[in-house]
Design a protein around this ligand. Structure first.
Ligand code: TYD
Length: 209
């Protein structure tokens, strides 16, 4: 039996990594076979692509191909084998980020992005997509407080991040059965209560031996 596949999506600094890792720790403590992974850079090979994408000087028109290259390796080496052995896979970002950032944000053709990304996924689709949604202005405050080195995407202006948010919300509205939209302006605990409620109905009931 194929495992359950849950993707976490959202703008930069929306807290999805905190939420997905918390769910991972909870499920592991329950004895479930669970894998936490991310894009870009979910494999050793992908780490080099990640570095190029986030801190390199590549032209924007090459982003989609690089994200999809990373995705193909990630599906082949991590996601597919884990799902085949029946593990629950929690993935921080996936195709929906390419649609939102390269499509919505950068303005590249969404049909083309879907085609390229679909090839990379090779027929595998998540069972659930959890969107931690937040106004980019709130996210900007978080960025400034943290004082970290920003990636090429985090450095882009507010207009870009508003377009990314709109794309995520549009994608969620088009497929409400698969997507859940959570208000990420709340506390970590409040958001996590909702994450658990969304994931729980899908999770395996039996514990691994
Ligand atoms: P990362 O440091 O992993 O950020 P986060 O913790 O917010 O996920 O950086 C990933 C960045 O790459 C993020 O700004 C979103 C962007 N991105 C795309 O533009 N397209 C994509 O397909 C993916 C997966 C990410």
């Amino acid at each position: 039996m194929r495992g359950i596949f849950i993707v976490f999506e959202g703008g930069d600094f929306c807290g999805k990594t905190t939420q997905s890792k918390r769910l991972y720790e909870d499920l592991k403590a329950r004895g479930l076979d669970v894998v936490w992974t991310k894009e870009p850079g979910g494999t050793p090979e992908g780490l080099e692509i990640r570095q190029k994408l986030l801190h390199g000087n590549i032209p924007p028109e090459e982003e989609t191909d690089l994200f999809c290259q990373d995705r193909k390796i990630h599906y082949e080496k991590v996601i597919k084998p884990a799902l085949e052995r029946g593990a629950t896979v929690l993935c921080d970002r996936n195709e929906y980020s390419t649609i939102a950032y390269q499509g919505g944000g950068r303005g590249y053709d969404v049909a083309e992005i879907k085609r390229k990304s679909g090839e990379a996924r090779n027929g595998i689709e998540p069972d659930l997509i959890i969107l931690t949604d937040c106004n980019p202005e709130t996210l900007k405050e978080r960025i400034e407080k943290r004082g970290e080195t920003l990636t090429r995407f985090e450095k882009l202006g507010m207009d870009f991040h508003h377009r990314v948010r709109k794309s995520f919300l549009d994608q969620a509205a088009q497929d409400p059965q698969k997507w859940r939209v959570l208000d990420a302006s709340r506390s970590i605990d409040e958001i996590y209560e909702d994450v658990k409620k969304c994931a729980e109905p899908l999770l395996p009931k039996t514990e691994k031996k």
